[in-house]
Design a protein around this ligand. Structure first.
Ligand SMILES: Cc1cc2nc3c(=O)[nH]c(=O)nc-3n(C[C@H](O)[C@H](O)[C@H](O)COP(=O)(O)O)c2cc1C
Length: 174
């Protein structure tokens, strides 16, 4: 199974990316092949549609090929980052049909955790993905890295996603 992981934080020491890397390790542990796309390293002009860029085009194609799409973001102004939004805006309509989406969001506190269900999950479903329960962590859960409960939450989200992916590929068999 192919999985793509998309980091939507501009931060060099990103907490949400740490959770994304945990998700990547869990997917690889069960034999998935993974690619991590760090949106902060892509051309801002290309993300804003001011010019074309091979790296960005390749990132969009990678998403199109994956069966599992995991995206992480910091909470900015009560929703996911603008960086993540610029990338999702460039994905073709319906390009996530048949794929499993997993949103991972971190915030400064627990106040905006509903953004996971109210805005981040709909970002995936607007492109056709089936979304499993995502993960919300807040900065208080990071002390020299994420705490055990948060890591377990990521692991469970990956387990859920793989179970749904396997069930839907079984259902497709003649
Ligand atoms: C511009 C900006 C806006 C933010 N807005 C919110 C917010 O609305 N709610 C919240 O809980 N945290 C907010 N935060 C805090 C970040 O979401 C939080 O520190 C997050 O864990 C950072 O993730 P990262 O390290 O992956 O970038 C904001 C931070 C910045 C820099």
């Amino acid at each position: 199974m192919d999985a793509v992981l998309i980091s939507g934080s501009p931060s060099a020491s990103s907490k949400s990316r740490t959770l994304l890397e945990r998700a990547q390790a869990q997917l690889e542990a069960v034999g998935c092949s993974t690619i991590l796309i760090d949106l902060a390293t892509l051309s801002a002009d290309a993300l804003l549609g001011r010019r074309t860029d091979d790296q960005l085009r390749s990132a969009v194609e990678t998403v199109g090929r994956a069966q599992v799409v995991v995206a992480s973001s910091p909470t900015y102004r009560a929703t996911y980052s603008g960086l993540l939004k610029t990338f999702f805006d460039l994905l073709p309509q319906d390009c996530l049909v048949g794929k499993i989406g997993i949103p991972i969001l971190t915030g400064g506190g627990p106040w905006h955790r509903l953004a996971l269900d109210h805005s981040f999950s709909p970002l995936f479903t607007s492109l056709g993905a089936t979304v499993v329960n995502g993960v919300y962590g807040h900065d208080g859960q990071f002390k020299n890295g994420p705490d055990a409960a948060l890591l377990e939450r990521v692991d469970r989200a990956i387990d859920d996603a793989l179970a749904v992916a396997r069930a839907s590929s079984e259902a497709m068999k003649p």
